[in-house]
Design a protein around this ligand. Structure first.
Ligand code: FES
Length: 188
């Protein structure tokens, strides 16, 4: 009898050990499945973000009537110069094509540069009003950006699109070709 009792107790112990092992096993698998699910969800969310973080490339620079003919307006925050020449408006990048410094506003011709020009204070690049590099390490001309007139009458620059240096936007919103600017259009 005592032997049977011992055997039965032993069986009970084995059963409870087995069910504990089972339980722990399930718990392990469950946690693994849950964490893999979490990783998968995170990966999908990362690969397909719901929000669009792309920076906008267009910005408004005021109304045509806010500018006088002959004006060179420095828009530091947008890193762009807006010129109002007789044929129309132009938007020229203010970012030096060497290492990205903001170069200084255009100034009149002098002994060294017999044309309207602008200096970059960082490493000495010099640009002409039509965007060409006159000196220094800048590897490329400055880009002119596309301009449009919005339906509510604002000038809008699109820095993702470039224009040739002889294109202008008229005050009534037409893109037109004129002469390559030599800087005589700026009233200093
Ligand atoms: S960043 Fe303008 S010359 Fe170097």
């Amino acid at each position: 009898m005592p032997g049977e009792m011992e055997e039965s107790l032993g069986n009970q112990k084995t059963h409870s050990q087995l069910s504990r092992r089972h339980f722990l096993g399930w718990l392990g698998w469950g946690s693994l499945t849950l964490s893999l699910g979490g990783v998968a969800t995170g990966t999908v969310a990362f690969l397909q973000p719901k929000l669009n973080y792309e920076a906008t490339t267009t910005f408004s620079v005021g109304r045509p009537e806010d500018y006088r003919i002959g004006e060179m307006r420095v828009l530091e925050a947008d890193r762009v110069f807006i010129f109002r020449a007789p044929p129309g408006f132009q938007a020229l990048s203010m970012t030096c094509t060497h290492l990205g410094c903001a170069y200084k506003p255009f100034g009149p011709a002098d002994k060294e540069h017999p044309m309207v020009h602008a200096h970059c204070p960082c490493h000495g690049s010099v640009f002409s009003r039509d965007g060409r590099v006159l000196g220094g390490p800048a590897p490329r001309p400055l880009p002119f950006y596309e301009l449009n007139l919005t339906p509510d009458g604002n000038l809008q620059v699109d820095r993702a699109k470039t224009w040739p240096n002889n294109r202008y936007l008229t005050a009534d919103g037409q893109a037109t070709n004129g002469s390559v600017p030599d800087g005589k259009d700026i009233q200093f």
